[in-house]
Write a protein that binds this ligand. Sequence first.
Ligand code: LFR
Length: 487
Amino acid sequence: SSGVTVAAVDLGASSGRVVVGRVGGADGGGVGLEVVHRFANDPVRLPDGLHWDLLGLFSEVLVGLRLAAAHAPASVGIDSWAVDYGLLRGGRLLGAPYTYRDSRTARGVAAVHARVGREELYARNGLQHLDFNTLFQLATEGPLLGVADTALLVPDLLGHWLGGVRVAERTNASTTGLLGLADGEWDTALCTRLGLPAGVLPPLVDPGERLGPLLGHVRSATGLEDAVDLVAVGSHDTASAVAGTPLSAEGAAYLSLGTWGLVGVETTGPAPLEAARAANLTHERGVDGTFRVLRNVMGTWILSRLLDSWRRAGRDVDLADVLGAAAALPERVAADLPALDVDDPSFTAPDDMAGAVAAWLTARGERVPTEPAATVRMVCEGLAAAYTRVLGDLARVTGRDVPVVHVVGGGARNALVCDLLAARAGVPVVAGPVEATATGNVLVQARALGAFGPDADLATMRAAVRGTEPLRTHHPPVRSAARSRGR
Ligand code: LFR
């Protein structure tokens, strides 16, 4: 089959990018990616809470698509972080969407659990309890929900602004808490029990479905051709990231490492439910009907917030430098540092991350280091320890050994975390691709346009990733078995 060029919009919680991807043709069956536009995604605090600047993001998407237009893509696909949404009435956005780190979510949790208990909820939606899952957010909306006629998750909302369609892409819909684990359809009975109007939930679509042409004013703003279609991808960034991960070994795990660390395995059906619930593992839907059995763990958020604290205190610390210094600490110094419990709730949204880390240490009678390198070492040890615990849980719950872990996303550049993870988990860690999410987005569009042949499965598409992306393997040190694993 011939080569295909597409444009992928990938929005993360701290930055976004527009990527041009080429599959087949001159790239010989591999995937070629070019990031044509990068931009920051900075939440905005207003008196009523913490919001996304979605209009600003949409403008950046248009800028990126204009740059992409020079490469003549045949389609556009959008993915973003999960769970957050906008409410619409008659096509008009009702207020600035909130970010999932806004503290309103706690109220929603209480309201939902007053009507449906945790265990029943898990049996219905299979989700790890996270205070920000969409259903908890919706439960805080009050009268606005009675006014709205449509709720669109962030990538679906941007898709609506690009192409006019109102749909809910299924992989992202699975993070709302309102999608049935068993059937993958909206759980309208659950909505009724929770007093949520199921009518605001739009029809579901699957990755790979063509959603039609772009709106006229979008075509003029970007210079994209009339024939360019919007194509549904794994619109949950984690779904696209895992689609773009070159998993090959049976039982291989992934760590999609960006703002969050998503540690899991890909399965064809739900894990044994009671064990999965006890281990606080989630079930999210992936491309081609797969499931991601995983846990949300802290990711690089804690590091970027630490740098922010230090910067505001007048101390400019470069991430690559401080990671290098943290890795170079003498073994006996490093061995004396405690591993931070990175999932402590005090690290979720503190105003000052350095202060939060110091408070955590002080409360445990630990010394607060003065050097950033020591703090960063404790964080990276803590991250690696947390990921290793999840790998153990996954093996136990699924009954399969994990022979290798693929680290993808921006965090794949963090060689210290990769090394520490290999050491603690005792298995090889394969790092890359950094742009796994954009890769997965591109692959699904390219298949929809015929780049792989209609029957190509994930394995076929992943083989194309292995062919073009240089991957780096971190091996466990020979003496890893002797390391103290408990810290
Ligand atoms: C990763 C991610 C996670 C989701 C979190 C919040 O970017 O999408 O999968 O749990 O962000 O949406």
